[in-house]
Structures are given as C-alpha cells and as structure tokens.
Design a protein around this ligand. Structure first.
Ligand code: PGA
Ligand code: ZN
Length: 432
C-alpha cells in the first residue's frame, strides 16, 4: 500500500500579500501533491477558523503556528492513513481537531493537508485531479461538463476602494457554445469595459480590485455600474441576455448596520432592498444574486425566493457548512449554494455540502476567495462535481486567470468532449 512519507508546510503569500500556507504531501512511490490555501475578506461569522499568529509580525496575520501544526501533529497523525481514501484522510484530520470551526490546529492547516493529499493521490494513480475527484472520491460517472464562468468585472464593497456598495458585478457568457468561447466573450467584454471606463473617468479607472475586476473608479452606484457593463457587452459585439447575462454578489453583511442596508447613498430596510433587487431584475438581464441580505437573515432570503425566479445564491448565509446548508434548504432561503472549500476546511465536507444542496435540487457554484494563490484545485473540483458554474474573479491577474487557464487545459485534455451549459447554467448539473 502506498503511504504518506512526509508532509511539509511553509508560510507563503496570497494575492493580497498576506501570509497563507503551502503544503506538500509526499508519497512512498515518490509522487507528491501541493496545495495553497486561499483567504477571504468578506468572511462569514460561521466560517471555519483560519489560525493566525497575532502579534506584530505580518500585522498579526502570520501563519507559523498553522505551519507548525502541519509539520508536527498532522504529519505524525497522517503517516498511517491511506492517502487514496480521501474520506479517511479527512476523518483523521477532523479527529485531530474536533473543535468547532477547526480553530485548534487551524482550518487553514487542515485544509492544506486535505487538498494536497488529494493532489498526491491523483498523481500516484496517474490521473488528472478532476478525474480522480470525480471517479474515486465523489463516485460519479465520467461524463464531464465545464462551467459557465461568473466573471467579476467590477469590484466593489470590501474588495475595492470605491463608492460601490455591491461587492461583485459579474458577467456570464451564456451564449457561447463551448468553455473556451465563453472565456473569449469574457475577455473581450472586459477589455471593452476598461476602455469605456477610462474614456469616461480617466486613467484611474484602469486599476483593478482584489478579484481582478475593475476598481470602479468614478462609478456612481449600482445602476451606473450595470449600465457601463451593458454598454460594454453591446460595444464588444454581443447581445445582452442572449449572449451575456449579469450577476451580483451583494455580500450584504458588509452593508448592514443598525438594522438597515447602506447602499447607493440610501439606508434601506430588508423589504426596500428586496424591491431594489426586483427592480434591477426588471431593468437588466440579472440572473443570479448572491448574499442579497446579511448572514443571519434566513427569513429575508426566503421572502426574496417567494418573489423571484432568478438564482439566489447563499454564501455567508451557509458558509459551505453541511449543517447550515440543511437549515437554509428547510427554510427555502435560496436555490443555489456557493461552495468555498476553506469556509469548511476539508475536501470531503465541501463535497458533502454540494451533495446536500443538489439533493434538494439546489445548484452549486464553486468559488475562489478574494485572497487567492495560483492554486487551481477549485477548477478541478468544479469539473469533478459537474456544477456547471464557477466564480473565480475577473479575467485578469494570475491568481484569477490560473483557474480559467486550468479549465482551458482540462478542455484540451478532454479533447473538447465535455458539456458547456450556456443558458442552462443553473440546472445542467442535473445531467451530470
Ligand atoms: P471573500 O469574497 O473571499 O472576500 O469572502 C468572496 C465572496 O464573498 O464571494
Ligand atoms: Zn459572496
């Protein structure tokens, strides 16, 4: 039986220049797997706990304690585990830290080992990671579909220094016939948008936010941002709604203060905010809205669900946590789950959250974090789960683009023999 012979973590930087972990798992046949852990800015209060050092070093954000936990406790515990059985890998990791939120050893430490072991196992079996995850871990058939990318072309909220309350303004290339064609749509609209905004607001508008979308310099508010994007879609030669539709992540916890939501110079209560979203849907081809209300507002999410037919995605509300996903399903508080592996801290639990969502006929959107690395695990995970949707930022900056590029590579590996959901992006997962 192949064994884990060494696990070695070190402190590296993420895309915001903050420390995170890179962990390498080596197996007895010489194969290895590497994983780098992402980190959020608009984090949910119920997310798994990133262990940070505190103190002065790196402004308190150092991860040397998490690194040490990997290199000592976890390296020792994992030496007797079968790396080809991801469920027992993750069960062992959870036993090593049964604390709520994995705060004892650090969810960042645990996740790095969970992911790197999966990568090593795939390498040992000479399989692509997406193939290994789908066949050996998720146990689904080998029919594949690539996702429709939700590309964040204008950044706001916690991810940019501008007046936009909404955190993410996204475009979805639903009219494309294939994933590579979808990427081309994104890139063309993105560049057209940049040129338009520079013309209108000057060269400061060229800058990008944390997720590779434009920083929104000069934009006055939500409607202004939408109108700019609509103009760019048309100027790039595409037809809004038919070729490209819109999405937002309001990340509304960040707007919530004293029972009201601060947006576009107004203070709205939940029902006024809901009316605002419904109005946006009527005016623009908006088809997916994430975190429209704050992270405890299950009832407001449910109210929105009664009044809309578009996709309502839960992120901070559910934090990829199987228990909370159950609650959201019961309360009809959405119809799609945002899946971030580091919100829960292990590959198996993330897959479990996705499975629970799908069983309730919810869609799943695999997602990056605003603090990323070049790691492309989520691209493979998305294909393995067959979600048909992926959120990984604007089509610029390596921390975002590496995921887009990995999917282009997967398309090539599959010789183009894979689905692309297009306008069925919400439901095509049912066929995979
Ligand atoms: P975060 O943002 O990674 O800063 O939490 C992403 C999101 O809210 O979806
Ligand atoms: Zn979000």
């Amino acid at each position: 039986m192949v064994k884990i012979t060494s696990i070695r973590a070190l402190e590296i930087l993420d895309s915001r220049g903050n420390p995170t972990l890179m962990t390498k798992v080596a197996l007895s046949d010489g194969t290895t797997g590497v994983a780098k852990v992402p980190s959020g800015a608009s984090t949910g209060i119920h997310e798994a706990v990133e262990l940070r050092d505190g103190g002065n070093r790196y402004g308190g954000k150092g991860v040397t304690r998490a690194v040490k936990n990997v290199n000592t406790v976890l390296a020792k515990t994992m030496s007797s585990v079968d790396p080809l059985k991801q469920k027992s890998v993750d069960d062992t990791l959870l036993e090593a830290d049964p604390s709520k939120g994995k705060g004892k050893l650090g969810a960042n430490a645990i996740l790095s080992v969970s992911m790197a072991t999966a990568v090593a196992a795939a390498s040992h079996l000479e399989m692509e990671l997406f193939e290994y995850l789908r066949k050996n871990v998720i146990s689904k058939t080998a029919k594949y579909q690539l996702p429709v990318p939700m590309s964040n072309v204008i950044n706001g909220g916690a991810h940019a220094g501008n007046d936009l309350a909404i955190q993410e303004f996204m475009i979805l290339p639903v009219g494309a016939k294939t994933y590579p064609e979808g990427v081309r749509y994104l890139s063309e609209v993105y560049h057209t948008l940049g040129t338009r905004m520079i013309k209108r607001h000057g060269r400061m508008a060229k800058h990008v936010g944390d997720e590779g979308g434009y920083c929104g310099y000069g934009l006055k508010g939500t409607i202004d941002a939408f109108e700019e994007i609509m103009g760019a879609i048309e100027e790039a030669g595409y037809t809004p709604k038919k070729d490209v539709v819109l999405g937002i992540d309001a990340a509304a916890s960040g707007l919530f203060k004293n029972g009201k939501y601060a947006i576009d110079g107004k203070n709205l209560d939940a029902s006024e905010l809901l009316e605002f979203y419904l109005e946006l849907e009527k005016t623009f081809p908006l088809q997916t809205v994430e975190d429209p209300f704050e992270e405890e507002a299950f009832a407001d999410f449910a109210e929105y669900m009664k009044k809309t037919r578009i996709q309502v995605v839960t992120d901070d509300l559910t934090v990829s946590n199987p228990e909370i996903v159950h609650r959201a399903i019961e309360e009809k508080a959405g119809n799609a789950l945002l899946l971030k592996v580091n919100q829960i801290g292990s590959v198996t639990e993330a897959i479990e959250a996705a499975t629970i969502a799908n069983k309730a006929d919810w869609g799943v959107v695999v997602s990056h974090r605003s603090g990323e690395t070049g790691d492309t695990f989520i691209a493979d995970l998305c294909v393995a789960l067959g979600t048909g949707q992926l959120k990984t930022g604007g089509p610029a900056r390596s921390d975002r683009v590496e995921k887009y590029n990995r999917l282009l590579e997967i398309y090539d590996v599959l010789d183009g023999k894979c689905g692309y959901p297009g306008s069925d992006f919400r439901t095509a997962w049912r066929n995979y």
